[in-house]
Design a protein around this ligand. Structure first.
Ligand code: ATP
Ligand code: MG
Length: 358
C-alpha cells in the first residue's frame, strides 16, 4: 500500500505543543502496524500570516489537496489582540475557507465520558454516568457563511449576519445523522429554534422527511435553549444531536464540560468521501501556551478519529483510545484535569510527559 499522506497544520499558541504529541503517537503506531504514512507540513493561521501576509496561502491549499487527511491544531490569538488583522481574520481567513474548500459539511463531536474522570464533572456523577452522545454539526453553511452587512441606519451602525440554509444542505447532513444513529442508540434529536427562526422551520420539515426513510430510528425535536439546559439536567437522554453550524459550536463546548475539560475532545470534519480534517474542539488557549501544561489528549484523539474515519483502521483507532483511557485510569493528569484533593501530585504531567505516558 502506498504511503498515506497526512497534512499537518500545527496551529497557533498551544497548537504546536499538542500536535507534537499527536505525531508522537502516530509514529509509535507506525512502528508496529502495516500502516505507513508521510507527514506533509502545511502553513496556515497566525504563523502563516507573519510570513506571507495571509492566513491560508494558495500553496498550502494546493499541497493539502494532495493529502488523504489533515490533522489541524487550533488557530487563533488572544481575545485582547482581536484588533490586529493577524488575529481578527483567522476564522474568516483560514478556518472557514478550509472547511468550505474541502466541502466538509459534517462535523462530528462525540462526548464520551471517562469513568475515571467522573468526579471532575460539574454535573453529579449519577446524572452523567454512561453519557455517550454525538453532536452532528453542519459545518459549511448557516450564519457563519451567510451574508454579512455593515450599514448605517438612522445615523447608527447596524451590522448583520444572515442565517440561511437550503433544503439540500439540510438533507445531506440529516442523512448522515440518521446513518450514525443506526450504528449507535437509534435516536436523533434535532436542535433548532423553530418558534423564531425561519431557517429552523425548514430544518424541521426536511428532517421530518428524512426521518420517514429511517423508521427504526427515533426522532425528536428540541428548541436550542431547552437543549442547552437538558444537556446539563439529563444528558443521558441524547444519542445523536443534529444541529446547525452555530448551535453545534456552542452546544459542543457545553457538552465537553460534562467530562471535566475541553482539552479532551477531538472532532472530525467530513465530506462525501474518506478525506477528513481532524482538529481539537477547543481554541489555541494563548493564556497557557509555551508552558508545557496544555492537555494533548484532544490532539491525540484526533489521530484516532483520522484512523477510523479516513483510513478505516478501526483496531488502531481503538488502541489509541484505550491507551488514553488507561493512562487516565492510572491517575495521570494534566493541569486542567488536576484537582488537588485526591489526585496524586506525582502524577501531574506536562504536555510532553502526558504524550509519552500515553
Ligand atoms: P475559540 O474561539 O478558538 O474556540 P475560545 O475563546 O473558545 O477559542 P479556547 O482557546 O478554547 O477559547 O480556551 C478556552 C479555555 O479552555 C481556556 O481557559 C483554555 O486555557 C482552556 N483550554 C483549551 N484547550 C485546552 C487544552 N488543550 N488543555 C488545557 N486547557 C485548555
Ligand atoms: Mg470556543
Amino acid at each position: 500500500m502506498a504511503n498515506q499522506r497526512i497534512g499537518v497544520l500545527e496551529g497557533d499558541f498551544i497548537g504546536p505543543e499538542i500536535m507534537k504529541e499527536a505525531l508522537r503517537i502516530l509514529r509509535v503506531m507506525e512502528e508496529r502496524s502495516p500502516f505507513a504514512f508521510e507527514i506533509v507540513p502545511l502553513e496556515a493561521g497566525g504563523q502563516a500570516y507573519d510570513k506571507y501576509g495571509c492566513h491560508l496561502p494558495a500553496d498550502t491549499l494546493r499541497k493539502a489537496e494532495t493529502c488523504d487527511a489533515l490533522l489541524k491544531g487550533p488557530f487563533g490569538g488572544p481575545p485582547e489582540a482581536l484588533a490586529s488583522p493577524k488575529w481578527s481574520g483567522v476564522e474568516q481567513g483560514a478556518i472557514l475557507p478550509l472547511r468550505k474548500h474541502f466541502r466538509l459539511y459534517t462535523n462530528l463531536r462525540e462526548t464520551k465520558l471517562f469513568d475515571s474522570l467522573l468526579y471532575l464533572s460539574p454535573v453529579t456523577e449519577h446524572l452523567i454516568k454512561d453519557v455517550d452522545l454525538l453532536i452532528v454539526r453542519e459545518l459549511t453553511s448557516g450564519m457563519y457563511f451567510g451574508e454579512k452587512q455593515e450599514r448605517v441606519v438612522n445615523g447608527e451602525r447596524v451590522y448583520s449576519d444572515a442565517e440561511a440554509y437550503s433544503e439540500s444542505e439540510i438533507r445531506r447532513i440529516a442523512v448522515r445523522a440518521f446513518e450514525y444513529a443506526k450504528t449507535r442508540k437509534n435516536k436523533v434529536t434535532l436542535v433548532a429554534k423553530s418558534n423564531v427562526l425561519k431557517s429552523s422551520v425548514l430544518w424541521r420539515e426536511v428532517v421530518a422527511e428524512t426521518a420517514a426513510s429511517y423508521p427504526e430510528v427515533e426522532n425528536d425535536y428540541m428548541h436550542v435553549d431547552n437543549a442547552a439546559m437538558q444537556l446539563i439536567l439529563n444528558p443521558r437522554q441524547f444519542d445523536v444531536i443534529l444541529t446547525s453550524n452555530m448551535f453545534g459550536d456552542i452546544l459542543s463546548d457545553e457538552a465537553s464540560v460534562l467530562s471535566g475539560s475541553i482539552g479532551l475532545f477531538p472532532s472530525a470534519s467530513l465530506g462525501d468521501g474518506p478525506f477528513g480534517l481532524y482538529e481539537p474542539i477547543h481554541g489555541s488557549a494563548p493564556s497557557i501556551a509555551g508552558r508545557d501544561i496544555a492537555n494533548p489528549i484532544s490532539a491525540i484523539l484526533c489521530v484516532a478519529l483520522m484512523l477510523r474515519y479516513t483510513f478505516g483502521e478501526e483496531a488502531e483507532a481503538a488502541r489509541i483510545e484505550h491507551a488514553v483511557q488507561q493512562t487516565l485510569e492510572l491517575g495521570y493528569r494534566t493541569q486542567d484535569l488536576f484537582c488537588g484533593g485526591t489526585d496524586d501530585p506525582d502524577k501531574l504531567l506536562g504536555t510532553q510527559q502526558m504524550g509519552e505516558t500515553i
